[in-house]
Design a protein. Structure first.
Lengths: 265, 183
C-alpha cells in the first residue's frame, strides 16, 4: 500500500518565476536546442559554458538546486560505469599503473567529458518538466504539432487523449487503493511470496480495475458527446497560450548561445 | 489519417492513465535493484480492444509518462528507442489476439503477446547498444552481448509477470471486447 502513496506525475514544482511564466512552446524549443548543443560541443570550455547557461536558468527559475540535482540520481550507476570504463580501458599516455590496471591521460579526459555530457543532458531535460505543468506542456505540444496537421498528424486528438490521461491518473490511483483495501478486507495478501505468487495475487485487483476504467471511458464518451464535443475544428480554449516579447527574447538568446558555443567550442 | 472517434479517444486516455498509475507502482523489487511494474498490461489490452494502430498510439502517448517516471537520457536515438518506440511496438499484440478460452486461443494470444514484447526487448537492446558504443566501451568488447544481458536482467522478470497476468485478463470478455451497439 505504501508504494502507491507518493505518485507525482512529472516533477513539476509550481512557481511564479520568469522561467515558469515563459510560454511552454518556448521551453520545449529551447530544450531541444540545448540538447543539440550538447552533441555539438566537444571541449571542456564548451561544456563549461553550457553548464553556465543551465545554472543561469536554474537561478532564474528559483528552483532549489537540490531538486535539480535529484535528476542525476537514476544515472549514478551509469556515470560510475562510464568513468571506470573510460579511465581504465583507453590506450594512451599512462599516468600510473598498478598491476594490469592503468589510468591514461586520454581516458581521463574522455571519461570526464562523457560524464559532463550525461549530467548536462539529464539536468537540461528535467528543467523543462520542473518548471512547466503537464497540462501546459500538452497544450504546447499540441500547438507545436499543428503545422504537421497537413501531413495527417491528429494534433488536437493527441492532446485531448493526453489531457484525459492526466485528468484520470489521480482518479485511478484512488480506485486502485479502494480495490486493494476491499480485497484486503476479504483477506487478500499482496506482500508476501515470490514474484510469481505476488503477480498471481494481483489478479483480483487488476480485473476490477480494468473493468471499471473502461466503464468510466464509456461514460466519459457519452458525456462528451452529450455536450456536443466533435473534435478540434473551431474549438475555443479557456487557457490561451501567448507568445510574448519575453519568449521571443529568451528563445533568441538560447538560439544565439547555441550557435555561438556550438561553432566555436 | 481517418478521424479518431470519441469512444476510441477516451479508451486511449484511460488506458494511458492506467499504464501511468501502474508504472509508479512497483509490485516487486529485485534484490540487486530494479523493480517489476505492470505498465505494459493496459497498453497491450488497449491494442487488443482497439487494434494495433490505436495500440501504437497509446504506446506513443504513454512514453512521456514513462520518461518522467524513470528518465534516462544519454543519446537522442536511445531516447526514441527506449521510450516511444519500445512502448509503441506493444501495439503489435493487437494483430492476432482475440477473446477466447479454448487451448488454441491461449496459445495464439500468448504467442502474439510474446511477439510484441520481443519487439520491445529488441528496441531496448538496440538502445543499450547505442549507449555502450557511445559512452562506454572501447576496443574488443562485444556491445551487443552487454546490451542483451543487461536488458534481459531487468526486462525478463517484467516480461514473464506481464505475460501471465495478460493471459488471465484476456479470458474476460468485458475487458477484451468493446461494447457494441450504442447507436
Amino acid at each position: 500500500m505504501a508504494m502507491m502513496k507518493n505518485i507525482t506525475i512529472g516533477q513539476y514544482i509550481p512557481g511564479e518565476s520568469l522561467v515558469h511564466r515563459l510560454d511552454p512552446r518556448t521551453k520545449i524549443l529551447a530544450t531541444f536546442l540545448f540538447i543539440a548543443l550538447l552533441f555539438l560541443v566537444n571541449t571542456f570550455t564548451g561544456y563549461g559554458l553550457s553548464a553556465l547557461l543551465l545554472f543561469l536558468i536554474v537561478v532564474l527559475s528559483r528552483i532549489p538546486v537540490k531538486y535539480v540535482l535529484r535528476g542525476i540520481r537514476p544515472l549514478m550507476f551509469i556515470i560510475v560505469l562510464t568513468l571506470c570504463l573510460h579511465f581504465f580501458m583507453t590506450d594512451g599516455r599512462v599516468i600510473f599503473k598498478i598491476w594490469f590496471v592503468k589510468l591514461t591521460y586520454e581516458g581521463l579526459i574522455r571519461g570526464l567529458m562523457m560524464v559532463s555530457r550525461l549530467i548536462l543532458l539529464m539536468i537540461g531535460s528535467s528543467l523543462m518538466t520542473l518548471t512547466t505543468s503537464p497540462i501546459l506542456l500538452t497544450d504546447g505540444i499540441e500547438s507545436l504539432l499543428k503545422p504537421f496537421k497537413v501531413v495527417g498528424v491528429p494534433a488536437h486528438e493527441l492532446a485531448m487523449m493526453m489531457t484525459i490521461a492526466l485528468r484520470f491518473i489521480p482518479t485511478l490511483v484512488e480506485e486502485t487503493e479502494k480495490i486493494m483495501k476491499a480485497q484486503m478486507a476479504r483477506g487478500a495478501d499482496f506482500e508476501s511470496g515470490n514474484i510469481f505468487q505476488r503477480a498471481k495475487s494481483l489478479i483480483p485487483i487488476l480485473i476490477p480495475l480494468f473493468v471499471s476504467a473502461f466503464r468510466r471511458a464509456d461514460e466519459l464518451a457519452i458525456a462528451m458527446e452529450a455536450r456536443g464535443y466533435r473534435g478540434g475544428e473551431g474549438r475555443t480554449r479557456f487557457r490561451v497560450l501567448k507568445f510574448t516579447y519575453r519568449d521571443f527574447v529568451a528563445l533568441v538568446f538560447v538560439a544565439a548561445f547555441v550557435v555561438v558555443v556550438g561553432i566555436y567550442f | 489519417m481517418r478521424r479518431i472517434d470519441v469512444n476510441t479517444m477516451v479508451d486511449v486516455g484511460l488506458a494511458v492513465a492506467l499504464a501511468a498509475v501502474l508504472a509508479f507502482w512497483s509490485i516487486y523489487s529485485m534484490p540487486q535493484g530494479g523493480s517489476v511494474t505492470l505498465n505494459m498490461i493496459p497498453l497491450i489490452v488497449l491494442a487488443v480492444r482497439r487494434g494495433p494502430v490505436i495500440g501504437f498510439l497509446g504506446g506513443l502517448l504513454f512514453s512521456p509518462f514513462k520518461y518522467l517516471s524513470e528518465p534516462f537520457f544519454v543519446h537522442p536515438a536511445q531516447v526514441i528507442l527506449d521510450y516511444p518506440l519500445a512502448n509503441a511496438v506493444l501495439g503489435f499484440a493487437g494483430l492476432w489476439v482475440k477473446y477466447g478460452r479454448a487451448p488454441g486461443d491461449y496459445l495464439r494470444n500468448g504467442l502474439s503477446v510474446c511477439f510484441a514484447m520481443a519487439l520491445r526487448f529488441l528496441s531496448h537492446v538496440i538502445a543499450g547498444r547505442i549507449f555502450f558504443s557511445e559512452f562506454a566501451l572501447e576496443q574488443g568488447m562485444n556491445e551487443w552481448w552487454y546490451s542483451i544481458t543487461y536488458n534481459a536482467y531487468w526486462f525478463g522478470p517484467k516480461m514473464v509477470v506481464t505475460l501471465i497476468l495478460v493471459m488471465f485478463l484476456l479470458t474476460r470478455r468485458e475487458i477484451v471486447e468493446v461494447e457494441q451497439a450504442r447507436a
